[in-house]
Design a protein around this ligand. Structure first.
Ligand code: PBG
Length: 327
């Protein structure tokens, strides 16, 4: 049979396939999300996220060491405070859980890069990401507290802050507050394109942050919208965001590509708790090959255009990269 073009020709061996790969990944692009909690001597496994734990501060260094040994050098910290209140005091307290975790981390492993999630939902008694006025989440009064939280994280040692609250104008408010406090060089990674998603379910169990009433649809994005995501991304770039994040990853690959096309900042994608939980659950039933699915999800996120990948599988992915199974 006469055929000049044969796509299979470049798929004939592993060596050749590796040479012609279009998507290449690197451990330096991985960020590992971690949960810290009050108390001592505890590593509580999150029931819906097997393999992920809430660490007390005395246990945190052991996990940081494992993360570092895996070759992952960037972490994102989430805090679960001992007490929650109406005004999220724990979010910006100098001795808050994240602030103290940063002190521990920076002292024990200064070579790691520490990013903090800036939001109020883990710290409010009602579980919403901002201040309430009746049943409404009030935008502008929330900005001050977010800015205060970001500054307190940086004072405690954060290398980068990542606001995830989806209030309007928060990037600018945080940028101004950081600058006024002398932190002009601290970058902001904005959760700019963040959808109101059922995929956050396991996280809310982990952080005990499910809203006490209603949902987050008045501030997080409607899953039907794509052009609106472009608007969010462009606004945050204008407000000074250094990196733009799309979240969740798997169901929003189109948005990763779009944001990459319309901006000139690095694009991050967050493979969220529900994505991890689905893979774990199916794998535990013997229904899928966990490692291969994990790799496929990661590769597709990078292929869509992400340069940075936040994932609960960071350590395992790093191993796959080291061993040449992906990358
Ligand atoms: C805080 C925040 C959430 C996540 C990251 N930051 C939860 C939410 O918005 O409800 C979700 C992360 C995950 O599901 O892994 N606002």
């Amino acid at each position: 049979m006469e055929m000049i073009k044969r796509p299979r020709r470049i798929r004939g061996s592993e060596s050749l396939r590796k040479m012609v790969r279009e998507t290449r990944m690197d451990k330096a692009s991985l960020i590992y999300p971690m949960f810290v909690q009050e108390g001592t001597g505890k590593e509580d496994e999150i029931p819906s996220m097997p393999g992920q734990f809430r660490y007390t501060l005395d246990r945190l260094p052991y996990e940081l060491e494992r993360v570092m040994r895996a070759g992952v050098e960037r972490v994102m910290l989430f805090g679960i405070p001992g007490v929650k209140d109406e005004v999220a005091s724990g979010a910006y307290a100098a001795d808050g859980i994240v602030q103290r975790a940063l002190e521990v981390g920076k002292k024990e492993f200064p070579q790691l890069y520490y990013i903090t999630d800036v939001c109020l939902c883990e710290y409010t008694s009602h579980g919403h990401c901002g201040m309430l006025c009746g049943q409404e989440v009030e935008n502008d009064s929330t900005l001050k507290l977010l800015a205060k939280t970001a500054v307190s994280h940086v004072q405690a040692g954060a290398d980068m802050v990542a606001p995830s609250d989806m209030m309007d104008g928060r990037v600018l408010a945080i940028r101004k507050a950081l600058d006024q406090n002398g932190y002009k060089e601290i970058p902001i990674m904005s959760y700019a394109v963040k959808y109101a998603s059922a995929f956050y379910g396991p996280f809310r169990e982990a952080a005990d942050s499910a809203p006490a009433f209603g949902d987050r649809k008045s501030y997080q994005m409607d899953m039907h919208n794509s052009r609106e995501g472009v608007k969010e991304a462009l606004l945050d770039v204008e407000e000074g965001a250094d990196i733009i994040m799309v979240k969740p990853a798997l169901s929003y690959l189109d948005m990763i590509t779009k944001v990459r096309d319309v901006t000139n900042v690095p694009v991050a994608a967050y493979s969220v708790s529900g994505e991890y939980a689905m893979v774990k659950a199916a794998a535990r039933n013997g229904w899928i090959d966990e490692e291969r699915v994990m790799c496929e999800m990661a590769v597709s996120t990078y292929r869509a255009g992400a340069q940075i990948y936040l994932t609960y599988y960071a350590k395992e992915l790093a191993k796959c990269m080291d061993e040449g199974r992906i990358g």
